[in-house]
Ligand binder design. Sequence first.
Ligand code: T46
Length: 176
Amino acid sequence: MGIPLAFPAFRLSRRGAVLWIRQGIARAEKVQDEMQFELVSLNTVMNPDPKLGGLSFVEGERDIPFAIRRLYYIFQAEKGAHRGFHAHKKNWQLLFCPYGAIDIILFDGEESCTVSLDEPSKGLILYPGLWREMVWKKDDSVLCVAASEYYDPDEYIRDYDEYLQYVKQKKGGIRE
Ligand code: T46
């Protein structure tokens, strides 16, 4: 049996309020809606015998607001490693760090914010359109990503100036 969680998950976006309720996932804290991301607690079952550890799980379209088309993970990166430096135009993602600690630095064209993934039960949902950088705080930390889309290099924005232009266009009401 999972640990009972008191609060339903919900999110608010610029496009209006969206409510999604699912037993077993809780909104850990309200992070800035304007930044279009959300920190959530993943379903977690700790074994009564501490030597046997715990198990966390996520169900697409139930615990997170998208179906999972792709999983990937980054491993064997050293403390101090920086990766990322891009945004996605279409991809929704759930990031989590089952081992170690990784800081995720987010930027929406105006504001930036850092979220620390330092516990296996912490999940970070990223809406499309956020610039991100990942910083390894411990050797061999593992970053896992559940993504809404198949891999498509054309839906990445890897050029910073292009990203700023993209944000400007979106704020001006031009959408893809
Ligand atoms: C993200 C952060 C958190 C593929 O061939 N297929 C894939 O599904 C992915 C994700 C990557 N690749 C190739 C593309 C590059 O040649 O793997 C190589 C490394 O990818 P990248 O430099 O984009 O890795 P990161 O760590 O900068 O970013 C990755 C994800 O690409 C990205 O979606 O949000 O992790």
